[in-house]
Design a protein around this ligand. Structure first.
Ligand SMILES: [Zn+2]
Length: 502
């Protein structure tokens, strides 16, 4: 009886709610509904850009983070940096059209900059090789090899003045902010290189001078004084506050390699802990945070209402150590914090990822409490490694005519069962190749076709739904999905639209 009455009351109040506020059910609840996007996804005509923006509007996206500077160049017809403009964008004012079409549909635009990563052959690298970040051997990042291939990103020294930061990067960000009615500037690669050794960059001439100055390894006023005091305390390191001279007397005679080694492996006190690496990492995090301050001040000077967002790694304590990105220090200069909580940034399987994701968000809410907005970054396409990777590997094996190795068989069995629900002939061909690895070219072509245009539902939308629901359950203000092309190739726009529309 009591239950019935409660149910009736519930039904009545629900009815009241729906009649009193008819618009409520259709209004999206999540404040930030964003996507990261590549210019290629929007095309280079007014009509293609309009169609792209209309698709976003249908999916209830209200913020687009669009690349305007990558390692390939600039995607606007820049006046000040014309040589760096990607050729197709010299005559097409892409940001102007995008911003006009987006604003017409109440979608905000953040202009996405690759900050310190340049292309190996970009104009600035050719014109100013002295602005490159250098390893102790005097070589830039492009001299490295990664996974058997030449490393193609040229990382620039964030610290050097005058250098890349103040002569190139900040001026072009300022130009963009002044020229366009953009809502925010978006930082990416706002850090030191992460795929390469964290202890290697930067040891350019400027940094070799500035690290000792920054960490007060000598007094500028009395550069040769040892600044020693009585050793009257039980612990060696307890005598730190006089800032004794740390550099050896013949420091100037050290080579780049010797100086780098001392700055990384030396001790503040001879005979003490090897602790100078602390100051080296501190210098790097300071340089990156200082850059965010200078960008904020530069763009506010030309357009006071423009805001700043940033794509950052998920744990600022660790990224401070490894890539100079302790983003807690950006809080005054960045309004929208967008941690890239991509599945590839966590270990473990999909279910484990959901737990790790929730844990990361709980930590981020504490670390990001001084930021006005915390929007969680999710990579859609990467959720489907289980469905895609075995097929990609099989394609490589088939091209080479190699047999399927035993350790790959369980994953392949699972994925070919799934393939069979959409394409029985392809499943048959996979099975035939497993038994007899011949005529692989045929299978490779079939796999290419399947991967290029996977049947609707092959990538289970539940995975993206689960991740997005987990993010929402943590009570954050917004979500940023990477990326528009990934959503398209995995057929996930309806899934995103349903989630954002709720
Ligand atoms: Zn440097």
């Amino acid at each position: 009886m009591r239950v019935t009455r409660a149910l009736v009351a519930l039904a009545v109040s629900f009815a009241a709610l729906t009649t009193l506020a008819p618009g409520l059910a259709s209004a999206p609840t999540l404040k930030g509904r964003a996507v990261w996007a590549h210019p290629g996804d929007a095309g280079t005509t007014e009509a293609s850009v309009r169609a792209f923006v209309e698709q976003l509007a249908r999916a209830h996206v209200n913020t687009i983070v669009m690349e305007v500077k990558t390692s390939a160049g600039l995607f606007w017809p820049s006046q000040g940096f014309a040589e760096a403009v990607v050729p197709r964008y010299r005559d097409f004012d892409f940001p102007a059209v995008l911003i006009r079409e987006a604003h017409a549909r109440n979608i905000q635009v953040h202009a996405w900059f690759f900050d310190f990563a340049e292309g190996a052959d970009s104009p600035v690298v050719r014109q100013h090789p002295e602005w490159l970040a250098l390893a102790p051997d005097g070589n830039p990042t492009t001299s490295e090899v990664l996974r058997g291939r030449p490393y193609r990103l040229a990382w620039m020294c964030p610290a050097r003045r005058p250098g890349y930061t103040d002569q190139w990067l900040i001026p072009l960000i300022r130009e963009f902010a002044a020229r366009y009615d953009v809502d925010a500037i978006h930082h990416d690669y706002v850090r030191y290189p992460g795929d390469l050794a964290p202890d290697t960059y930067c040891f350019c001439d400027y940094c070799l001078r500035q690290v000792p100055a920054y960490a007060s390894y000598f007094s500028q006023a009395r550069p040769n004084d040892p600044l020693l005091g009585p050793m009257d305390r039980p612990h060696l390191e307890a005598h730190w506050e006089r800032s004794p001279r740390v550099l050896p007397p013949n420091w100037e005679d050290y080579t780049r390699e010797m100086k780098s080694r001392l700055l990384l492996e030396g001790s503040f006190f001879p005979g003490g802990h090897r602790d100078l690496d602390y100051f080296f990492y501190e210098y790097r995090t300071h340089q990156i945070a200082e850059f965010t301050r200078q960008v904020f001040e530069a763009i506010r000077a030309v357009k006071p209402r423009v805001e700043v967002s940033a794509a950052v790694f998920r744990n600022p304590v660790q990224s401070g150590r490894f890539i100079g990105q302790d983003w807690r220090r950006f809080a005054r200069w960045v309004q929208y914090l967008m941690p890239m909580d991509y599945r590839s940034h966590f270990g473990g399987d999909f279910e484990g990822h959901l737990d790790l994701l929730a844990e990361a968000i709980q930590q981020q809410k504490v670390w990001a409490r001084d930021f006005p907005h915390l929007w969680i970054g999710v990579a859609a396409y990467q959720l489907y490694d289980e469905e895609r990777q075995p097929l990609v590997r099989l394609r490589a094996l088939a091209t080479a005519g190699s047999p399927v190795p035993p350790e790959m068989q369980p994953a392949l069995r699972e994925v070919s069962a799934r393939v069979g629900r959409f394409d029985a002939a392809l499943r048959e061909a996979i099975g035939a190749y497993e038994r007899t690895p011949v005529s692989g070219a045929d299978l490779a072509a079939k796999l290419d076709a399947f991967l290029a245009r996977p049947p609707a539902g092959y990538y289970p939308p539940e995975k993206l739904e689960k991740v997005l629901e987990r993010v929402r359950a943590e009570g954050v203000e917004g979500v940023v999905v990477f990326s528009t092309s990934g959503l398209t190739s995995a057929g996930l726009w309806p899934t995103l639209g349903n989630f954002f529309g709720r």
